[in-house]
Design a protein. Structure first.
Length: 187
């Protein structure tokens, strides 16, 4: 059974992404739920995928539901559409839009296909996380656990190199007057 690995980029910052591994027989609803879980979003809003080309142009829609709007072609439904049935290209791309009011947009790209399942994983599985996800409702700040994770990863403690006061030397002494007097004879 083929395992597809997708990289899901946050549209506004491609350094923020999640990798999701999913069976080709699973449906777009499974991928939708994995994306929400990976980015810590709730499941309260509408969503849709668009099959895309290399230029990220929106094509055929694969929707959570049939919405009250104009369609060029009737949408496919997430729960009825296997992911493997929509793969047309080894680097297949999709655009995922969540919460049509906020218009959260993610770029979904197929980055790997393997035949072997990892017995340690339950599919779909989030297999990699990079960057701090955006806050769904914009009320959380970077403080708290996420900031602590970043601080630890990048060693941002006060005693770390480069965090001294401006003009402070490495000896932490107050010998600037003494050094000035020592060099007076040289002038």
């Amino acid at each position: 059974m083929a395992i597809l690995k997708f990289r899901i980029y946050f549209e506004e910052d491609d350094s923020i992404y999640r990798d999701v591994a999913i069976r080709h027989t699973q449906n777009f609803f499974d991928l939708h739920e994995s994306i929400l879980k990976a980015y810590e979003f709730d499941k309260k809003h509408d969503a849709t995928f668009y099959r895309s080309n290399d230029n990220w142009q929106r094509g055929r829609e694969i929707s959570l539901d049939v919405y009250n709007k104009q369609y060029k072609a009737p949408p496919l439904l997430m729960k009825e559409t296997a992911i493997g049935s929509e793969i047309r290209d080894p680097n297949q791309k999709f655009i995922y839009v969540y919460d049509f009011n906020k218009n959260w947009t993610f770029l979904v790209q197929l980055i790997n296909v393997t035949k072997e399942e990892n017995p340690k994983l339950t599919y779909p599985a989030v297999v990699r996380k990079e960057g701090i996800p955006p806050s769904q409702y914009g009320t959380k700040s970077l403080l708290g656990e996420r900031f602590a994770d970043v601080e630890e990863k990048y060693d941002l403690t006060k005693d770390a190199e480069g965090f001294g006061e401006e003009g402070e030397d490495d000896t932490h002494g107050n010998d600037t007057e003494e050094r000035h007097e020592d060099h007076q004879d040289e002038y």
